[in-house]
Structures are given as structure tokens and as C-alpha cells.
Design a protein around this ligand. Structure first.
Ligand SMILES: Cc1cc2nc3c(=O)[nH]c(=O)nc-3n(C[C@H](O)[C@H](O)[C@H](O)COP(=O)(O)OP(=O)(O)OC[C@H]3O[C@@H](n4cnc5c(N)ncnc54)[C@H](O)[C@@H]3O)c2cc1C
Length: 407
């Protein structure tokens, strides 16, 4: 029996596994001839992009609902070693095990960067994973019983990239839903970033973000770096101290440390380079997709760590890994459009097109698009019907999500 091993069951890994199962089905290959095995630390596919929301239970999809109907095997565990020379993966599971592979898809994603800022590891919260988002949620619910009253209802979000903006936009309403009515006037949400402007890299969406934040009551603190944190607050590089019981760190993502085990030159985010077929450059039998891989996505620009790129990279990697195994022609992945749809909490959302982020829609119209993406478009079929699941993994590039256009 031959074996395809997929490391990770996020957007890239799940779709790689389903894509491989779809192609094997199309070729009428029996499960006795080729097995698809996924290694993932949990039994869930996390809709990670929704971790800034409060309704976290809706963000987990049981992997059994997707994999069982199509015969993909899940091993709950974490890959610890990738031996590309001998085509073997070591897995830390209930029982440590060694998995030989004929083809590998590396899709272990990314993690939040943690620079050596004093107090960051001990006192900050984040929304990088389902577990850390739950920890933040539990902390917010426990604020009322906190002993020190100073800054009890102040939340500082540090880092105004997409994740930081989305979290800051949600927090005023989330806190109002938790804080006793008599104390609600004490709620403060601050969004800090070292850039001279909040949302600096957001092109046409930048002024929309500033306006939305002001209307939501979020205080903006641009041009400052985080110097240190303690149990009661933060200190910034300009000497300003803010008493805050909640500090959320949104400082950016870096590829899984496992990427460093590939004999390749990684990019600045620690990602392994792949060709248009998602093959890791110079490593026989290995493919990679999602946040741990970088591909010139339109032939020129590097793919963005995003589910927007991770899902199609996964579908194509899954398709191609089977083609490679059978000596069939593979499909190149090329995506010539790029959009950014940023949730701005109860204010709405903002939708831009293109790499220079040209504003297309904002407010309610963009919010409806965002909700369609977050709650429908990026979920695998939840019907448990084999045909539905396989069909959804066809190696095609979806068209951009539809939105109402600004007049
Ligand atoms: C709050 C938030 C909001 C975001 N918003 C957007 C957005 O609006 N649009 C957008 O396009 N992107 C957004 N992103 C980015 C997006 O979530 C990531 O780019 C996407 O999750 C990448 O998919 P992936 O499959 O490569 O990695 P992940 O989703 O990180 O999945 C990796 C999987 O691999 C598993 N894994 C890790 N290490 C190992 C190991 N050693 N062995 C086995 N398995 C392992 C992980 O547990 C996980 O299941 C957001 C991210 C966050 C945190």
C-alpha cells in the first residue's frame, strides 16, 4: 500500500487531504492501494479566522464529519520530525510513532510571533488559536471578580494588522455584554501600533478603519511600540503607561517551526518555497501548502498567509500529490485576484480589491459579504455526504466573493 501523509488539518491541510481523496476516487484507486493519513493535534478543523468572535463553539468542525465519509485516516498527534531523505515523519501521539510516506503534504500552518518583550509570554492574551481565543473569552468573563479595580475594564490590543483591527472592533460590544451595567462607563478599548497610522497597510480601507474605530469608541494609539507588560497594564516605548487588565497581542504570524527541517532556504516568514504545482523546491516527494509555504501566487507576488490562499493551495496540492504518485500531468496554481475583507464589528466591514487595496464597499454591504465568507464559503460541507465533500475539493480557483459595489 502507498501512503500520502498530510501534516495539519487547517485550511490547507484539510483541503489537501480531501483533494487527494477526490483525485484517488476519480482514478478509481481503492483505499487498499493508497491511504491518505492526516496528522493533526486535535480532532477538529478550526475556522481560525473567526477566533476574534465570541461565538467560538461555531468555529470547530469535527474532522470525522469530513474525513470518515471519504476514507481519510486521522492520527491525533503532532509531527515532530520530518526526514525528507528517508520519507518518514515522527509523530508525538498517545503512542509515539513513525510514519513512512510515499508523498508528503506539509500544511502545519503558522503561529503568532512572540518577541522577547518583558511580560509578553506571561500577561498577554491572543486569538491565534481556538484554545487561546477561549482563554481570552474566559478572562473577559472573569473581569468583574478581579481584585484590582484600576484598568479592570480596559483592553489594549497591540498590533493593528487585520487580526488586531478585527479584535479591537469586536471588543467594545463584547465587553458591554459582560460588564455589569453600573460599570459600563469604565470600558475602554485601545488599539496600538508602531506604524504612524492605524491600518497603515490597508490602502483605500485605511480611512474607513479609522472612522469605524472612532464610531465604535475604540481609542487609537499609533506610533508606539510595546515596551513591557505586567499583571496590571502595559508600558509603551514613548514612556506612556496604560493600566489594563486585558492586553491582546496581535503581532503577526510566522510559519510553523517544522518548516526549518526542510533542506531549503526559507523566506522572511520562515516559509518553504514551492513551485506552481506546490512541490517543495528540490525536495523529492514533498509538497507544501498554506501559511508554511510560499508560492508566487500570480506568477510574481508571494502568496499571503491567509485562508484565501491556503484553501486553493490545499486543493491543488491534494490533486497534484496524487498525479505525481501516478505520473499524471499536474495542474499549476495561479490566482490573479486578491481581496481583503475586514470585519469591523457592529460597525460593519470593509472590502477592498487588488494588491493596492482599492476600496469597493464598506459598512453593512461589506459585512454581509464577510459573514457569507466566515460562516459559509470557507467551511467544508457539513452534510457527511461523500459526493458533496469530494466535489468541494475540485482543483478550481473560486471567483472573488461577491459584494455590493460602492456607487
Ligand atoms: C483571528 C484571525 C483572523 C484571520 N482573518 C483572516 C481573514 O479574514 N482572511 C484570511 O484569508 N485569513 C485570515 N487569517 C489567517 C488565516 O487564519 C491563516 O492564514 C490560515 O489559517 C492558514 O491556514 P493553514 O492551513 O495554512 O494553517 P492553520 O489554519 O494554522 O492550520 C494548521 C494546522 O496544522 C496543525 N499543526 C501545527 N503544527 C503541527 C504539527 N507539528 N503536527 C501536526 N499538525 C500541526 C495545527 O494544529 C492546525 O490544525 C486570520 C487569522 C487569525 C488568527
Amino acid at each position: 500500500m502507498k501512503r500520502i501523509v498530510v501534516i495539519g488539518a487547517g485550511f490547507a491541510g484539510l483541503w489537501s487531504a480531501v483533494g487527494a481523496a477526490r483525485k484517488l476516487d476519480e482514478l478509481h484507486v481503492s483505499a487498499d492501494d493508497v491511504e491518505v493519513v492526516v496528522v493533526n493535534p486535535t480532532a477538529y478543523h478550526s475556522i481560525r479566522v473567526r477566533n476574534y468572535e465570541s461565538r467560538l463553539d461555531e468555529t470547530l468542525v469535527p474532522l470525522a464529519d469530513v474525513f470518515d465519509p471519504i476514507g481519510v485516516r486521522l492520527i491525533e498527534g503532532a509531527a515532530s520530525q520530518i526526514d525528507t531523505a528517508n520519507r518518514r515523519v515522527s509523530v508525538d501521539s498517545t503512542e509515539p510513532l513513525e510514519l513512512d510516506y510515499d508523498r508528503l503534504v506539509f500544511a502545519a500552518g503558522s503561529t503568532l510571533v512572540h518577541p522577547a518583550i518583558p511580560g509578553l509570554a506571561d500577561y498577554s492574551f491572543d486569538v491565534d488559536t481556538y484554545a487561546s481565543a477561549c482563554k481570552l473569552q474566559a478572562h473577559l468573563h472573569g473581569l468583574a471578580s478581579r481584585a484590582a479595580p484600576a484598568g479592570r475594564y480596559t483592553a489594549v490590543v497591540v498590533g493593528a494588522g487585520l487580526t488586531g483591527v478585527e479584535l479591537a472592533a469586536e471588543l467594545p460590544a463584547r465587553l458591554r455584554g459582560i460588564v455589569p451595567e453600573a460599570d459600563r462607563q469604565a470600558i475602554r478599548v485601545i488599539l496600538a501600533d508602531r506604524s504612524p497610522k492605524i491600518g497603515q497597510a490597508m490602502g483605500g480601507a485605511q480611512p474607513v478603519i479609522e472612522r469605524a474605530m472612532r464610531e465604535l469608541g475604540v481609542e487609537l494609539l499609533p506610533g508606539v511600540s510595546l515596551k513591557s507588560l505586567d499583571a496590571d497594564g502595559v508600558e509603551f516605548s514613548n514612556g506612556e503607561r496604560v493600566e489594563a487588565a486585558t492586553v491582546a497581542w496581535c503581532g503577526g504570524m510566522r510559519a510553523s517551526p517544522l518548516a526549518a527541517q526542510f533542506p531549503v532556504v526559507a523566506d522572511g516568514f520562515g516559509r518553504v518555497p514551492v513551485d506552481v504545482f506546490l512541490r517543495v523546491e528540490g525536495v523529492a516527494g514533498a509538497f507544501a501548502a498554506g501559511d508554511c509555504a510560499w508560492l508566487p501566487i500570480d506568477g510574481m507576488r508571494p502568496s499571503v498567509m491567509s485562508c484565501q490562499h491556503g484553501r486553493p493551495m490545499g486543493r491543488y496540492a491534494g490533486h497534484n500529490v496524487v498525479c505525481d504518485l501516478y505520473g499524471l500531468p499536474m495542474l499549476p496554481l495561479r490566482i490573479d485576484w486578491y481581496t481583503t475583507i475586514l470585519d469591523l464589528g457592529p460597525w460593519g466591514a470593509v472590502y477592498t480589491e487588488g494588491w493596492d487595496r482599492h476600496l469597493v464597499s464598506e459598512g453593512e454591504a461589506a459585512k454581509r459579504t464577510k459573514q457569507t465568507i466566515n460562516c459559509d464559503r470557507i467551511y467544508p460541507p457539513r452534510t457527511r455526504v461523500r459526493e458533496d465533500i469530494l466535489q468541494a475539493a475540485a482543483p478550481i480557483v473560486q471567483t472573488p466573493p461577491k459584494t455590493m459595489r460602492a456607487q
